[in-house]
Design a protein around this ligand. Sequence first.
Ligand SMILES: [Zn+2]
Length: 437
Amino acid sequence: MQRIYQPQVETLPRPKLEALQLERLRQTLGRIAANNPQYAQRLNGIQPDELRRLDDLRRLPFLTKDDVRQSYPFGLACAPPGDFVRMQMSSGTTGTPIICPQTAADVAQWGSIMARCLTAAGLTRADVLQITPSFGLFNGGFGFHYGASAIEAMIIPIGAGRTALQLQFMRDLGTTAIAAIASYPLRLIEVAEQQQFDFRRDTRLRIGILGAEIWSDEMRRRIEARMGIETYDIIGMTETGGVGMGLDCAEHAGIHVWEDHYLIEVVQWETGEPAPDGEWGEMVVTTLTREGLPLVRFRTRDITRIVSREPCRCGRTSLRVARLACRADDMLKVKGVNFYPGQVESLLLRHPEVGADYLVVIERVDGADHLSVSVEAAAASAEHGASVMAPGAELARRLADELYDLLALRAEVKVLRAGELPRPEGKAVRVVDRRRA
Ligand SMILES: [Zn+2]
């Protein structure tokens, strides 16, 4: 049996868990009615006591990202202004900020669910957690901070960037766990290689808690192999109150969602009707304990499926969803073919001679869509390749053929030297669609 932060609630038998969800759902509607009449009106005037069963939730309308964005700054807020103690923000693609105002109880809830996540990832007060997401408007840094404070682990609040210093602290301060945006370990690995820094030899690192981006299983295997760590996939977003809504436990058999705080539905993308368990659809979140910005049937645009509602081997009873496969917004349509960047990533990273950085560019050339994929050669193979004539050409041709088999699309594939693609701080840029410019 693994360590569990709040064993009573995390192992509640399902009937009790669902009864608790219904009670908290009613409380949430009551809170909205009491604090924000406009928001309550959006909910078709349905009163809390009209909800007899959890399924009655379906009588309530969806809330979209646009709804939340248009409510900037406090249109959906459900606490008196004096009760707010902090906020986080995400900008998304359009530039209009989405903010999540938080009460003291919200901050406490955040710390508590993050403590659950860290415990499920195997952290205790003996651990040293290096927090590499930024501290600021982005929720990552503070979320990990509150969680690690709750379990009294040592915190290294270094934030984003400064990769050489990250490695130095990792070695000198005995870091055992890192929290990061999913692509950041690639940067750490790259700089480590340049400095002949060996994670296994030079550090005590054993745990990586990664999220905020879609990351393929192939990427996961690479990170684990190169850093000698076990990784945990964490979910959550600004609107739901930040990182920490769920995590895949050490069984790695799906991501547990903390259901006493979040009610999860998976719905068919086009119709909004419930997707049967096991089928892919959009994750819809209703918050059950958030005060400042309670969400009712919030469409996350993240695509997942319910893996199981049975108790997990770890002892937890909360349902498990699949690792996020894609975001609905990320879908690309090129020459009438729909695909996700993650499909391209999985294909590329199956080749050990390909580095972990890549860039997909789509543009209009002479009135037609043109798809190009730039990949870097893996650092080691770039050195070996120097003696081979046109080392990248053969690989590029092979990758182009495989992409054609996968997508029925001709792509121009360029194999670059390691380090040639730009390295932005924060979330990785994998796709540039110039048709939208
Ligand atoms: Zn589990």
